[in-house]
Write a protein that binds this ligand. Structure first.
Ligand code: PAY
Ligand code: ZN
Length: 311
């Protein structure tokens, strides 16, 4: 049995195993999967995304998903891997997924904040930020979800390195946010949907975090989000709330979702996966499968709506 056949999607994996998983996925599904380099992390680890694409002559639209921008939210990278597995195992037999793949390419970044993720495995399970060095090497880490170039550090973020929401030394000061935002910027006309996976709180968040003003397509974003929450609930009965960050969570500036929406990506959402605080970031492994199943249903529901709208 190959490494891939034995890969346990119901467990959390250290980064070496995720790297190995990525290269095996690319080899085993080389007709539909390619792996691409985005840039290096602060500690010089390569950031790669997987592109799932069926060969076609027509230009397709892109669905982007990143996981693990915050190091301690382990269920998020687990979901990115689950998502890739589900698409690859089912695109030939599931009519809905094969229909999506005829028109859409999936770009998946399984762990955005790799240095932080490594740190949660080796030093501090509850580390959130990246691992860049500040204040003459006395303080570490930028909150990468406060470092994007949108209303940078204006609200719900801190300019003090020791804080959990340290926004960095300037907009896009970090190599990880630079790599992701320059790539997305270069493809923005083709990206229909930007999804960024976090935990915890059971929320589907729309723009904005940086203002209480509602975005121009707010009603549509909420409608699609609510349908996704219903599809999610139908799986295991779990309730998710849907709304803008500033209205149902708290104010944030410099988030990847607000940035993606403001450069023109119409369906931009942040998912806060399980749970509601019982285990918080330490979500037990026996909840990986149900969490991924329900989240899969929600994401596919969003894709259904986008699909209907576009063609
Ligand atoms: O505006 O979308 C937003 C913010 C979303 C998250 C954030 O970056 O603060 C929310 C938190 C997260 O997943 O990082 C929620 C968790 C529970 C936390 O650490 O506060
Ligand atoms: Zn987070």
């Amino acid at each position: 049995r190959s490494y891939l056949e034995n890969y346990d999607y119901k467990k959390y994996h250290p980064i070496e195993e995720i790297y190995k998983w990525m290269s095996q996925i690319r080899e085993s599904y080389n007709k539909v999967v390619t792996q691409h380099f985005l840039g290096m992390t602060y500690e010089a680890r390569p950031m790669n995304y997987l592109k799932i694409s069926e060969p076609a002559s027509t230009q397709k639209k892109i669905i982007w998903m990143d996981c693990g921008i915050h190091a301690r939210e382990w269920i998020a990278p687990a979901f990115c891997q689950w998502f890739v597995k589900e698409i690859l195992q089912n695109y030939k037999t599931d009519s809905r997924i094969s229909r999506f793949l005829r028109k859409l390419d999936f770009y998946i970044l399984p762990v955005l904040n790799i240095d932080g993720y490594v740190y949660t495995w080796t030093h501090d399970r509850l580390w959130r930020k990246s691992r860049s060095s500040h204040n003459n090497g006395t303080c570490f880490g930028t909150d990468l979800n406060r470092n994007f170039n949108v209303s940078w550090c204006n609200t719900g973020a801190s300019k003090n390195c020791p804080d959990l929401t340290f926004c960095g030394t300037g907009p896009v000061s970090e190599p990880e946010t630079k790599a992701v935002s320059s790539f997305i910027e270069s493809k923005k006309d083709d990206i229909l949907c930007y999804l960024t996976m976090h935990s915890y709180g059971q929320l589907i968040l729309t723009p904005y975090g940086y203002t209480q003003n509602r975005p121009s397509t707010y009603d549509e974003l909420i409608r699609v989000g609510q349908k996704a929450a219903e599809a999610l609930k139908a799986k295991h009965g779990n309730n998710y709330r849907v709304g803008s960050s500033s209205e149902i969570l708290y104010s944030t500036s410099g988030s990847s979702r607000d940035w993606a929406y403001d450069i023109g990506i119409p369906f931009s959402y942040t998912f806060e996966l399980r749970d509601n605080g019982t285990y918080g970031f330490l979500l037990p492994e026996d909840q990986i499968q149900p969490t991924c199943e329900e989240t899969m249903a929600a994401v596919l529901s969003i894709l259904d709506d986008i699909f209907e709208k576009e063609w």
